[in-house]
Design a protein around this ligand. Structure first.
Ligand code: AMP
Length: 643
């Protein structure tokens, strides 16, 4: 058996030696190198991708070697099993969903030892935007994992430098934010992965940070008040406009929110620049201090210039390029559900490349885009084989052109049958096939074993021996505006609650569908409802605005906590809208879908519409539009203590 060995120096190279766990400490799978040395970084990337298979095998051995005594693995592997054997692992340890891991995670959150799942201490939980039972999923994390993330982020630097010259000649304006966190009964924090990272020393010590190569001082990113944080970061970005070479945020939705914020606040920002005085409502002391240092003195000329670009009735087309003229690209994720924002980003960007650099999650960071300047539709991510042990569940196409994951195939059409006893056949990283679809399964260094991430990926090519994947979609998600991920079941649950408002009044909801309307910022959920009166032949009486608005807010109250946080705390989702359509609209929708190839026999009303033609058809039949008038209740989630 082979194992990878990286030499710890400034010129890293992966070597292979006979496997021996003792000879494979953590540095071998997390090679140390100087991130400023782009050539060394590119060489390391070549080594990682060339040796993808050996590294994957070594990663699995290392994870199993470390964690062989955890309660979790002991539950599946016997004393006489060769615990670190790949085949034994795959035959005995099941592929699981989040729900299967909840009991273990909850016990640790309630104070039991980490060794239930991980030999290394669990140091915090990362709250995912995916939810279970309406609450964010909690992923275990370790101190070492911060270093793994740092390794990952550092790999992005040489790739970007390879394609864009002169990035060291100026600054990056990255608008980054932290989110609320809670403390579990065990004393461990539960917070979003980026909040955890931004609060870590790894982030503070990120390459070049001490040379002020980012326009946002750390204090503005770490400001817990998101409005003060946004205002301060934009102010710093405007003041340093001449130096900015790249701009970005994590997701495109967040970047567009910043543009909207600028639209709403540019006058005040200009007043601050003109006077050299930060607005009094920026009260967070360290944030205020950091911004005041950058604002430094009155700058009449700059204030006039920004006012001229933003005001005077001018269109905001190309505003990014006009305000930050040296910008070479916009770094935001535009794949997956974020693709819906591409046209709006293009409008504001003035033709700048949109760069999606990475694919990652709370469970694990997965892969990077090694052709960062490619078109958004061509973005593929190369999974880094030292991040986790990756497996792939083949996803088949069904007759209607949709996809069937393996459990749907096994349970004969997705009836939700008990398929837990089945051994799910997975494919290894290097054995996936070009053009095929897979669901990603990970075994992490942090206590997740054969865990279904829920993302569907398609193989688009290989770099050396490492496959590259297009992000296709997240399993089951029908609606997403920001980090919210609403599936059909969530939507139905919310509708069921709203129906309780109208049914006593004699209304019947006969059909519904939805779409994410991102034509304005922030975007919002739109529900198309076909209603009728009990006993009538489709005639719809006058709709009571108050009742319909109540339906909208009832739905919002029933959606999960990530939706409600985005809506209430982050203001990243606008009020939910119900558009009532005329009788027969959904028949017309079926006719349209069938005319475009859907089978009449198997036709089911799509619960989410993406096709422009279908949305236009539905919009042409709207007889009433109603918006939620209340923001839904939200508070940081609570951890259930064990009974
Ligand atoms: P979270 O667990 O909240 O961190 O969300 C992680 C999920 O966001 C992933 O599993 C994907 O579904 C989605 N995601 C992350 N990065 C990307 C990307 N580059 N493109 C598309 N979707 C992504």
């Amino acid at each position: 058996m082979l194992c990878s060995r990286a030499i710890k120096n400034l010129n890293p190279k992966l070597e292979f030696v006979e496997h021996s766990p003792q000879k494979c400490p953590r540095m071998l799978l997390l090679p140390d190198y100087d991130p400023n040395d782009c050539e060394a970084g590119m060489r390391l990337l070549e080594d990682l991708t060339t040796n993808a298979d050996q590294i994957q095998k070594q990663v699995l051995k290392e994870i199993l070697h470390r964690n062989s005594h955890t309660e979790y693995l002991r539950g599946f592997l016997n004393d006489d099993d060769e615990y670190d054997d790949e085949e034994v692992f795959k035959n005995k340890v099941p592929v699981v969903n989040y729900e299967d891991t909840i009991p273990y995670i909850q016990r640790i959150a309630n104070g039991e030892p980490s060794q239930i799942i991980s030999a290394q201490p669990i140091t915090e939980f990362l709250t995912s935007s995916g939810t279970s039972g309406g609450q964010p999923k909690m992923m275990p994390s370790t101190a070492e994992d911060l270093d793994r993330k740092t390794f990952f982020y550092n790999m992005l630097l040489p790739v970007m430098n390879k394609y864009v010259d002169g990035l060291d000649q100026g600054k990056g304006m990255y608008l980054l934010f932290i989110k609320p966190e809670i403390c579990t009964p065990s004393g461990l924090m539960a917070r979003p992965v980026l909040t955890s990272y931004y609060k870590s020393k790894n982030f503070r010590n990120r390459p070049f940070n001490r040379f002020n190569v980012y326009t946002s001082p750390d204090e503005t990113i770490l400001c817990p008040d998101s409005k003060q944080s946004m205002y301060s970061q934009l102010l710093c970005g405007l003041v340093q406009r001449d130096e900015v070479l790249r701009v970005g945020a994590v997701f495109s939705s967040a970047f567009l929110r910043a543009i909207k914020f600028l639209e709403d606040h540019w006058k005040e920002l200009c007043t601050n620049i003109r006077s050299g005085h930060v607005s009094d409502w920026i009260t967070d002391p360290s944030c205020r201090k950091a911004v005041s240092i950058i604002l430094n003195e009155p700058n009449q000329e700059l204030a006039d210039l920004i006012e001229q670009e933003c005001g005077g009735g001018k269109s905001w087309e190309g505003i990014i390029k006009r305000i930050w003229p040296r910008t070479k690209y916009i770094e935001v994720i535009v794949t997956g559900s974020m693709a819906q924002y591409i046209p709006t980003l293009e409008f504001y960007s003035g033709g700048l490349p949109l760069v999606s650099t990475m694919y990652a999650s709370s469970e694990c960071y997965f892969g990077i885009n090694i052709k960062p300047l490619c078109k958004p539709c061509d973005v593929s991510y190369t999974l880094l084989p030292n991040m986790a042990y990756f497996e792939f569940l083949p996803v088949k196409k069904n007759n209607g052109g949709g996809e069937l994951s393996q459990d749907q195939v096994h349970s004969n059409g997705g009836s939700g049958g008990d398929d837990k006893e089945e051994i799910m056949e997975t494919v290894d990283l290097v054995n996936v096939k070009l053009g095929h679809y897979y669901e990603l399964v990970v075994t992490t260094f942090t206590g997740l074993y054969r865990y279904r991430v829920g993302d569907i990926l398609m193989v688009t090519g290989f770099h050396k021996n490492a496959p590259q994947f297009r992000f296709v979609h997240r399993r089951n998600v029908v609606l997403s505006i920001d980090t919210d991920k609403t599936n059909e079941e969530d939507l139905l649950k919310a509708l069921t609650q709203a129906k309780l408002v109208i049914e006593p009044l004699g209304f019947l909801l006969t059909e519904y569908t939805s779409y994410a309307d991102t034509s304005s910022i922030p975007g919002h959920y739109v529900l198309f409802w076909e209603l009728k009166m009990k006993g009538s032949n489709g005639l719809l009486p006058e709709l009571d605005t108050f009742i319909m608005e109540q339906c909208c807010s009832t739905m919002e109250e029933s959606l999960d906590s990530v939706y409600r946080r985005c809506r209430k705390k982050d203001n990243s989702i606008g009020p939910l809208e119900i558009r009532v359509v005329t009788h027969g609209t959904f028949d017309a929708l079926m006719d349209l879908c069938v005319s475009q190839g859907s089978s009449v026999n198997q036709y089911k009303t799509p619960r989410c519409i993406k096709s422009e033609e279908a949305i236009n058809l539905l919009n042409s039949k709207v007889v009433g539009r109603f918006f939620s008038q209340k923001t839904p209740f939200w508070e940081p989630f609570r951890i259930e203590t064990s009974k």
